[in-house]
Write a protein that binds this ligand. Structure first.
Ligand code: ZN
Length: 407
């Protein structure tokens, strides 16, 4: 019998709060202690729906077709994780929330997909339902669980401290970790995977928190965009949340696997969300779909090496107002190409503290060119017939985005 597969995606979960931080996460630490942790995992985009689309198809956005939160539907030409596992005899279930509505097409292949209005109910009161369902599933099962409680506005029970943005975020992570423990217990000896769909930007100190709020208020009340666009743009760079950029805090996410056949190892190599589907298929003895952008990470888990491959990234958040920032990342470099505007090249120093302030594009033209060629190659895979949405479907998605405060 192949293992049950429990894929947990915690929305907006940054890598650095899980790996070796002061935030208390005993449940995730337990998974890390017995499983494989990829310490340099890169999300494909910094917005929820396109990022999930890459996790669930092993493809970059040009191929899967979901290039934003609104107006895109998953290309019919890609095969989803749920379709792949269902074809191999798995019973496939999804418990999702936020913008992951059925109209996006990304829930294709799930036998049942429950979209809960999680953001409208008090903190975590839906756990018992998940545990009951977990105990009733016919084996082998696949469950995708999307957790929203780390997403802004950060919420946590009263026994977790919450004073300013960073503390609120960290409290939400700690509370989610505690919430997960009985859910994992109910999942038995399933193959468990935990990741974030993208990271999060928040002020690092209470002082910075005040500055960000002041910048936001000044931009609005003084209408800076009208008479001081340069200053407005400068203050806009104090943005918090996600979706608007491809900074390290926004693209670095944890990726932890534990369960049958998973060795205890920490893998420092750069890996990508598009690698997850072929890896999970490999661990469960299933063939991955052909023609995807990711590759199986099973060799890395076994201590073997894989040739370095860049990660392709896109920022398509609502704050960008239709503009798109493309990016390519290796452990040492990050190239950013905004729709209009100058490209930038930053030195990342092998996963160490990054320098995302000094643009070295002019100084290392060969590195920049090779990463730009990579971007062009990924872009050339653009689906021949982009799959749009009907007006009714678009209205449903828009209403959800409004409820979530995106619009
Ligand atoms: Zn998200």
């Amino acid at each position: 019998m192949p293992p049950n597969l429990f894929l947990i995606v915690i929305d907006s979960l940054r890598a650095d709060v899980v790996y070796g931080s002061h935030v208390s996460t005993p449940t995730l630490d337990g998974l890390i202690e017995r499983g494989t942790s990829f310490t340099q995992c890169v999300a494909t985009t910094t917005s929820t729906t396109p990022s999930f689309s890459s996790i669930l198809t092993g493809c970059y956005p040009p191929r899967h077709g979901v290039r934003g939160l609104q107006g895109y539907r998953l290309s019919p030409e890609v095969k989803t994780l749920a379709e792949t596992f269902a074809a191999a005899g798995y019973h496939t279930h999804a418990e999702v929330t936020g913008p992951l509505v059925p109209e996006t097409g990304i829930l294709r292949g799930f036998e049942d997909a429950n979209h809960r209005q999680g953001y409208r109910v008090p903190f975590f009161n839906w756990r018992d339902g998940v545990i009951d369902k977990l105990r009733s599933y016919v084996e082998p099962w696949l469950l995708l669980l999307h957790i929203w409680e780390v997403h802004r506005p950060y919420r946590s029970p009263p026994d977790f401290a919450k004073r300013w943005d960073r503390a609120g975020y960290e409290a939400a992570v700690a509370a989610t970790d505690r919430w997960l423990a009985p859910v994992l217990e109910a999942a038995g000896d399933a193959l468990v995977v935990v990741t974030g769909d993208h990271g999060e930007e928040y002020p690092d100190s209470a002082w910075e928190h005040k500055l960000v709020r002041l910048a936001r208020r000044s931009r609005r009340s003084l209408r800076l965009q009208r008479w001081a666009p340069a200053l407005d743009e400068r203050l806009a760079s104090f943005a918090t949340g996600h979706g608007f950029a491809l900074h390290e805090h926004l693209v670095r996410v944890p990726l932890v696997l534990a369960g049958p056949g998973v060795p205890h190892v920490a893998v420092p190599d750069q890996v990508r969300h598009v690698d997850l589907l072929p890896t999970l298929a490999g661990l469960c003895g299933i063939a991955a779909p052909d023609g995807i952008d990711g590759r199986s990470l099973v060799p890395l888990m076994a201590g073997e090496a894989l040739p370095e491959e860049p990660a392709y990234m896109e920022a398509v958040g609502v704050k960008l107002e239709g503009r798109r920032i493309e990016g390519a990342r290796t452990p040492d470099w990050k190239l950013l190409r905004p729709g209009e505007g100058r490209p930038a090249l930053y030195k990342l120093d092998g996963g160490g503290p990054p320098d995302e302030k000094h643009n070295l594009y002019g100084r290392y033209p060969e590195i920049a060119r090779s990463l730009e060629n990579f971007l062009d190659r990924v872009r050339a895979r653009e689906a021949a017939a982009p799959s749009g949405m009907s007006d009714e479907e678009e209205a449903v998605v828009e209403q959800h985005l409004r409820d979530l405060g995106y619009l």
